[in-house]
Design a protein around this ligand. Structure first.
Ligand SMILES: [Zn+2]
Length: 483
């Protein structure tokens, strides 16, 4: 079968949007749009379901084990004294590339493949500067048009910033993201699309992620943010429909990950102290440097395999212990009984922690009546605020829907994931990837990935991971403690 072709591809990404929250009352334009799409109802994020990990996976078509961005923040020799390397910071990312070389992210981006084929990529990004950077670090060399609303100096192609600001003024300052969503939509619709005529355009809307975290999963402020993102989508759809080649355009509406409503703030440091470990959250130091959240990454100061193994065993006796993943096993089981190997979820890497601890969540409704809940470690969220990064299905489930002429509108239950975005847009445009991709096109004719359910545990403790497919192309659906 020949792959469907598109003249252009437009991607609008709603950061953190849970698919079940796309309702006509919250997001009327997106809801109506989905009715005309191939909607992938079993789509999944990548593990860990964190924004810059997702962005890099989208950009490269490869999972973290291959692309190397394994966490939003992690210990690294190039980090500033006393801090994790922060992928939200464009400055930190440039410092890391200067230190490690271009191989800091090991694989080419779809933007590099587009540039090699003489095609143009454009990005308007309203999240962190590092998030924009990771989508196309070589934007200048590629001839891309990249604007990070985080600032002119954060934009790899400041001439795009200058042009947009000359046309519609500077981005709104302040904590309220509603005007920022409106501005992001205008920058793409009124300036970048008509003036740069990109072959692939990505509008990255930082809402609803920010409001889910800091306002709550279903507050009036969060509903306003959802509506602002929906309005921006409407504006960009209208502008795209006026472009040459609009009748052969593919439009992808998607999110990078979901969110789970949090319950209690869990005092992991106190529990670890009882077990003889001194921890510190979200910075290097002490016995254990912990990347905190619903999934906690435990980096020990000293390599002591036996001591970490004792910790893994002790954690399994705790009722609050959820998923346990560890590095250096046989590809399925981790090196210590009861743990899964990080390689199973394509997150093993020199930068990864030797042991990851998920908080034990569940399917029961959160305080907003929305499905799913999880305790959280650290982070300064609103009470009951949403979080992501772990293996809860509400964190892993994301929106992926594609509309284009000739592609029938239907719900599609094939397991697909973020690793499939780069292959999809390259195949749609007939552009050869510069390096082999782990993912596959959403519109390919391969047999669906086969579902796999794996279990492990020790004594009373049992956990499972549900996957689809094999190897680097695996889609991770969800995981966690059983019972
Ligand atoms: Zn995100």
């Amino acid at each position: 079968m020949t792959h469907p072709r598109a003249a252009r591809v437009l991607i609008v990404l709603f950061d953190g949007l849970r698919p079940d929250l796309v309702t006509p009352d919250r997001m009327p334009v997106l809801s109506a749009f989905l009715g005309g799409t191939r909607r992938f109802t079993e789509a999944s994020s990548v593990f860990p379901s964190l924004t810059r990990v997702c962005a890099t996976t989208i950009a490269t078509g490869q999972p973290p084990a291959v692309n190397g961005i394994i966490q939003n923040a992690f210990p690294d020799v190039s980090a500033r004294e006393g801090t994790f390397l922060n992928t939200a910071s464009a400055e930190d990312m440039r410092r890391a590339v200067a230190h490690h070389g271009a191989g800091f992210v090991a694989t080419p981006r779809f933007a590099d493949s587009l540039a090699a084929a003489g095609r143009r990529f454009a990005l308007v990004h309203s999240g962190s500067a590092g998030g924009a950077y990771l989508l196309d670090p070589r934007a200048r060399a590629n001839g891309s048009a990249v604007m990070s609303l985080a600032g002119r100096e954060a934009s790899e192609t400041p001439e795009v910033w200058d042009r947009v600001v000359a046309r519609i003024g500077a981005p709104p300052a302040g904590a309220d993201k509603v005007p920022l969503m409106e501005y992001a939509g205008r920058a793409m619709a009124d300036v970048v699309l008509p003036e740069w005529q990109p072959d692939v355009a990505v509008l990255w809307l930082t809402e609803p992620d920010w409001s889910f975290h800091y306002s709550g999963m279903d507050t009036p402020a969060t509903r306003a943010a959802l509506r602002a993102s929906d309005d921006a989508f409407a504006r960009v759809l209208a502008a795209a429909s006026a472009m040459p080649g609009a009748e052969e355009m593919a439009v992808i509406a998607m999110s990078d990950h979901g969110h789970v409503g949090t319950t209690e703030s869990f005092d992991l440091l106190a529990e670890l102290s009882v077990l003889g470990f001194e921890g510190v959250l979200d910075r290097p130091g002490a016995d254990l440097s912990i990347g905190a959240g619903t999934m906690c990454w435990l980096w020990p100061a000293e390599t002591d395999h036996a001591r970490m193994g004792r910790l893994a065993a002790a954690l399994q006796e705790k009722p609050w212990c959820g998923a346990l993943l560890a590095q250096g096993g046989n590809g399925v089981e981790g090196p210590w009984p009861g743990t899964f190997d990080l390689a199973l979820v394509n997150a093993e890497h020199g930068r990864s922690a030797p042991l990851l601890l998920g908080m034990r969540g569940g399917p029961d409704a959160d305080r907003w009546g929305l499905a799913g809940n999880s305790p959280i470690v650290g982070k300064d969220l609103a009470p009951g605020g949403g979080m992501h990064g772990g293996l809860h299905r509400q964190e892993m489930a994301n929106l992926i829907a594609l509309r284009m002429p000739g592609v029938e509108a239907a719900e599609d239950v094939a397991p697909v994931g973020l690793i499939d975005i780069a292959p999809t847009l390259l195949y749609l445009l007939g552009v050869a990837p510069l390096a082999p991709l782990a993912g596959r096109s959403l519109l390919g004719d391969e047999a669906p990935r086969e579902r796999r359910v794996l279990e492990t545990g020790l004594g009373e403790y049992r956990q499972q991971i549900v996957l689809a497919g094999e190897g680097r192309g695996t889609v991770i659906r969800h995981g966690g403690r059983m019972g």
